[in-house]
Design a protein. Structure first.
Lengths: 473, 613
């Protein structure tokens, strides 16, 4: 018991942080609440570091402390801090400001739980906790748009989550246990396994906004404050994807589940970019782009269990995605929500323009930026798993994505007739996009180091991975 | 700081500085070359004292990139640095009137840095990269005056020929690395048996391309389209030398069968290109043909199993040939042409330059006590000690004879008749560079015993075996050289070559030459690729349009209600506010329906997969 609690110290710290912050919020001290939460999250991140080479489970296998969940904390908690800074810049002075921070922190806790899920009940808990917080966050502005978006979000979540819980009951019936590690017993009863997997795909597909369960995402992002959209597009999504990875690790490979996930990956990538191609609202555009990026994540999921590259690639792409997406949203906060506002911004604010270009090119996956490294490793993992056709589709979609993101870049460097000012620019936002910019470049350049680290923790046979990496390059 | 890094990084950083500053190109170039030279000299001095240096850089996993300074590589590095520096000095004068000095010096230094990397490389991967880099920068240099007619095609030809031969290097390196399990050059040299023969022959192909050996000799003469300092540099110690250096460095690995092939290729080249040189009517092209011929002699030495002799000749030839080219450059400036007809008697207008040129020519022919005498002597001695003496010795002697012949012919044309020349600017710079190189060409012979000792003790390269006294090769070599000189001076080329003159003038083109064998197919493939690309481009455009249409359709499907919704929403807020809610509810239903249908499809798909799996 003590051992379990000791291993859960980061999560416990987050929970306590939430409680303290809530007290501060009740005393109408939002700045104190924010300070408590940021300090708590950073403390939790630091407390995660000693766990880096731990690979175990706690509470009877229901929660996993392994490379995936530990790195998820190292990525998601700092990403949450950056989102909180954005939220502070956008929402300072509004009524009930502190609740936003508390909710964000709770959703992050849920995402971290999802990344280490070892039991179907933890999965349900994580998704519900994450969803409930998200509804409230989206509805925060309390105008008609936000309310409508939150309502839509809520209906979608209710339907998909209930279907998921229903389907998971089949797994419980089949194995007699809620533990994921017992799933290998399903080898003999494939129908039960398929129904359960179907349920998981729906539940996590909604959470990670994969096609065809994505409909809520663009509306929710558009209705919510931009900082909240940035947060929702990064932290809960990565949590859901990593939960997916945790689950498929234990699935019997005979079910051919990679094929189904590959099909969903194709749908998400293609549909996401096609829809993004015709958006004029940048937030919606980025929403569709994040749907497509979720499809790229699935390339790593497909390879889980067959390729040693799969988990490192998922982790590295998560870090890359968090940095570049948060950065892009931060720039949108400064510039404005429509394509029109981006006109000439590259000339008026050169540094900001360069940063946006870097984020977008990284989203496309152009070397030497973070997005390239992540996608490169994902492609390598999928190829090793035998899904070369999927990689070809993904690369074709990357070409399509270039068109999507260039739609933002091109007006940025057009001549602008009037010298309109930017929507909002505070030192906090600048701080966030500068950090994101540095990370986007640093992850791209330092991936080799990161990759070596991950391999050491994951398999201990780093040589094998390294050779397969060099073979790919 | 590590001296290896100095030798490579000095020219490289000078390149970058020139490109960044875009001014003082000449000063920066001289500075970069000089610092590099100091580094190389220190390396050589260290090598004399038995110190060898190594830099290991992170490269591929398990295969780090290495730079090593052994006596051999340090010596080659010094050679490259010396020639580069002197050529750079000369180029300051030569390029005085050119407007694009920035581009010129930047590329020249890039080339120098790449060549330093090539000679100092301790592993195959770095060597390949440097090999590619010198290929690229030589292309840029040969094509430097790209506006002149014919220059672009000459550069392209040089690139195509050397590149197609480079394939040999790639395959050879692949064989060597997979066989030895390491990319370290030193450890791959233990390869033996079948792989060694295959790799050796493939390396020979690569060397034939770079060192312009028959039948791939044609590109070198055309490469004369570049500025003269470029020719001097490419031909002496660098680009062309890369092929011979490759064979010298891998000599311990070469099997006897491979050695014979190398010797024959070198022998045929030395005779064929020697004849071409004799028939040539353009001074620079003649010198180019002579370069091929001299490298043929070096290959004979490698084939005879004495790479040391090849190395000595390589060093002597580097100094001699760059002097000859630099002299030719001055003649070119004073008559605005390199055709021998126009250059008649130019030596009388530029007596000092001609004196240097003549000294270098005599050195090349092999007249004692000039450096060429000793190195040729070593080569002939090598053939005498070889197992294939009756094949290699006559070829080597014929090469020597021809060398004397064409050099005497050139000297005669340049000196005899009278003609008028225009004044040449920048002569001081050019004269300094030339003087330094000629001095080297004259005295280098004295340094050979020292070099032999250094390399023998440190590298265990097989030394000239003293089974036969040096007397016989000296007599043989000297008589061939003198005979060639006399023939060339007193008999016109028509008499010497007789019926094969026209053929030799065309460069002994066989079966349409390289054009038909390589260049035309390559160009045809290129045209085919262009067509394919146009087709693909159209395809991509069509896909793009299709994508846009799909996108629009997707928008209609996904958000058919959105636009209307927003309008109604605005209206709704203005009027009542109730209408929007109904609309939005309807939208969710619609979308949920889509999701449900899609998930049903997924479920069906999953079961189908399950059943068929």
């Amino acid at each position: 018991m003590e051992r379990d609690l000791a291993l859960l110290i980061p999560e416990i710290i987050i929970l306590l942080t939430v409680v303290f912050a809530l007290v501060a919020e009740m005393l109408r001290l939002p700045r104190i609440a924010l300070a408590i939460i940021i300090a708590g999250l950073l403390l939790a991140t630091v407390q995660t570091l000693p766990l880096l080479d731990v690979n175990t489970t706690v509470f009877g296998g229901t929660f996993r402390i392994d490379t995936l969940s530990v790195w998820a904390k190292l990525i998601l908690l700092p990403a949450t801090v950056l989102s909180l800074l954005l939220a502070r810049a956008e929402l300072a002075g509004t009524d009930r400001e502190g609740t936003v921070y508390v909710l964000v922190c709770l959703v992050s806790l849920a995402s971290v739980l999802l990344a280490g899920v070892g039991d179907t009940m933890v999965l349900v808990l994580g998704i519900l906790l994450s969803s409930l917080g998200s509804f409230a966050l989206v509805a925060y502005p309390r105008d008609d748009f936000a309310t409508e978006a939150a309502m839509k979000f809520f209906v979608f979540a209710s339907v998909t989550t209930s279907v998921m819980i229903f389907g998971l009951s089949y797994w419980f019936g089949g194995t007699g246990s809620t533990l994921l590690s017992e799933l290998s017993r399903l080898d003999s009863s494939p129908v039960v396994a398929v129904i359960g997997l179907f349920a998981v795909i729906i539940g996590l597909g909604y959470k990670a906004s994969l096609v065809p369960f994505h409909f809520w995402a663009p509306d929710a992002y558009e209705g919510a404050p931009v900082s909240i959209a940035a947060y929702l597009s990064v932290v809960p999504k990565i949590g859901a994807i990593l939960a997916f990875a945790q689950i498929v690790r234990d699935l019997p490979i005979t079910m051919a589940w990679p094929l189904i996930i590959a099909v969903i990956a194709v749908l998400s990538m293609t549909y996401g970019y096609l829809a993004a191609l015709v958006q004029n609202n940048i937030v919606r555009l980025l929403a569709y782009s994040s749907i497509a990026q979720a499809g790229y994540f699935l390339l790593g999921i497909v390879a889980v269990g067959t390729s040693p590259l799969a988990l490192p690639s998922l982790i590295i792409f998560s870090a890359a995605y968090a940095a570049m997406n948060l950065g892009a949203f931060a720039v949108v906060m400064v510039v404005g929500r429509t394509l029109e506002t981006f006109k000439g911004i590259g000339r008026n604010k050169p540094a900001l323009g360069v940063a946006m270009v870097v984020f977008l090119l990284s989203l496309v996956g152009i070397p030497p930026l973070a997005g390239f490294v992540g996608k490169f490793l994902l492609f390598g993992a999928a190829i090793e798993a035998g899904f070369t056709w999927l990689v070809v589709v993904a690369i074709l979609n990357s070409v399509l994505s270039l068109a999507v993101y260039l739609r933002i870049v091109v007006p940025m460097y057009q001549k602008q007739h009037d010298d309109s000012s930017v929507a909002m620019s505070t030192p906090l936002i600048s701080l966030v996009w500068v950090i994101a910019l540095l990370l986007t470049i640093a992850i791209g350049l330092g991936a080799q180091l990161l990759f070596g680290q991950l391999n050491e923790y994951l398999t201990g046979e780093s040589l094998h991975c390294a050779t397969s990496l060099s073979y790919l390059s | 700081m590590n001296l290896i890094a100095v030798a490579i990084l000095a020219p490289l950083s000078a390149t970058l500085l020139i490109m960044l500053l875009r001014r003082f190109p000449a000063t920066l170039a001289l500075l970069g070359a000089a610092i590099g030279l100091v580094g190389s000299l220190e390396l050589l001095a260290n090598a004399y004292n038995g110190l060898s240096q190594e830099i290991i850089l992170p490269g591929l996993p398990g295969m780090p990139l290495r730079l090593v300074a052994t006596p051999l590589t340090a010596l080659l590095s010094t050679l490259v640095a010396v020639v580069c520096t002197l050529v750079m000095v000369y180029a300051v004068g030569y390029m005085k009137k050119d407007r694009e000095q920035v581009r010129f010096f930047a590329t020249l230094l890039l080339f120098a840095a790449a060549m330093q990397t090539l000679v100092l490389a301790g592993d195959w991967i770095l060597l390949l990269s440097a090999w590619e880099l010198i290929g690229l920068s030589s292309y840029l240099l040969i094509g430097f005056w790209y506006r002149k007619p014919g220059v672009k095609s000459a550069a392209m030809r040089a690139f195509l020929v050397t590149r197609s031969a480079d394939l040999g290097l790639y395959v050879a390196v692949f064989i060597l690395i997979t066989n030895a399990g390491s990319s370290d050059i030193a450890s791959t040299l233990n390869t033996s048996g079948g792989p060694a023969i295959a790799a050796g022959l493939l390396l020979l192909i690569a060397a034939m391309g770079k060192s312009a050996q028959t039948p791939l000799h044609d590109w070198l003469q055309r490469a004369m389209a570049g500025p003269t300092p470029v020719s001097a540099l490419l031909h002496s110690a660098t680009l062309v030398a890369a092929g011979a250096i490759l064979l010298i460095r891998t000599a311990p690995m070469l099997a006897p069968e491979t050695l014979l092939v190398i010797g024959i290729v070198g022998g045929v080249t030395t005779v064929v290109t020697g004849l071409i040189a004799l028939a040539e009517s353009d001074l620079k092209r003649m010198l180019a043909a002579s370069t091929s011929s001299q490298y043929g002699l070096m290959l004979i030495a490698v084939g005879a199993g004495v790479p040391m002799a090849a190395l000595l000749h390589l060093i002597a030839h580097a100094a001699i040939k760059s002097s000859l080219f630099l002299g030719a450059g001055v003649f070119q400036h004073s008559r605005d042409s390199t055709m021998l007809d126009k250059l008649q008697g130019v030596g009388r207008n530029q007596p000092k330059i001609f004196f240097g040129f003549a000294l270098a020519a005599l050195a090349l022919a092999g007249i004692p006590p000039l450096s060429g005498f000793f190195s040729k002597d070593a080569i002939i001695a090598a053939t005498l000690s070889s197992d294939h003496i009756w094949i290699l010795l006559p070829l080597a002697l014929a090469g020597t004879l021809l060398t004397g012949g064409y050099m005497a012919r050139a000297l005669r044309i340049l000196w005899l008749k009278n003609g008028t020349s225009q004044p040449v600017s920048g002569l001081a710079w050019m004269g300094t560079g030339l003087g330094g190189l000629v001095l080297l060409a004259v005295i280098l012979g004295a340094a050979f015993p020292g070099l032999e000792l250094l390399l023998e003790s440190a590298l265990n390269i097989r030394l000239t075996e003293n089974t036969i006294t040096r007397f016989i090769p000296e007599i043989l070599g000297l008589s061939a050289a003198l005979g060639g000189l006399l023939l060339g001076w007193f008999f016109p080329v028509q008499v010497l070559l007789g019926p094969i003159l026209p053929w030799a003038k065309r460069g002994f083109v066989v079966a349409g030459g390289f054009d038909n064998l390589m260049v035309r197919p390559a160009l045809a493939i290129a045209h085919g690729c262009e067509k394919l690309e146009r087709l693909l481009y159209k395809g991509v455009l069509a896909t793009g349009r299709l994508g846009l249409r799909l996108g629009k359709a997707a928008r209609r499907n996904d958000e058919s209600g959105i636009d209307g919704m927003i309008f109604s929403f605005v209206r709704g807020t203005v009027n009542l506010g109730g209408k929007a809610r109904t609309l939005q509810n309807g939208l969710i239903h619609k979308e949920l329906a889509i999701s449900t249908i899609a998930s049903a499809v997924i479920l069906v798909f999953m079961f189908i997969v399950l059943l068929t799996y």
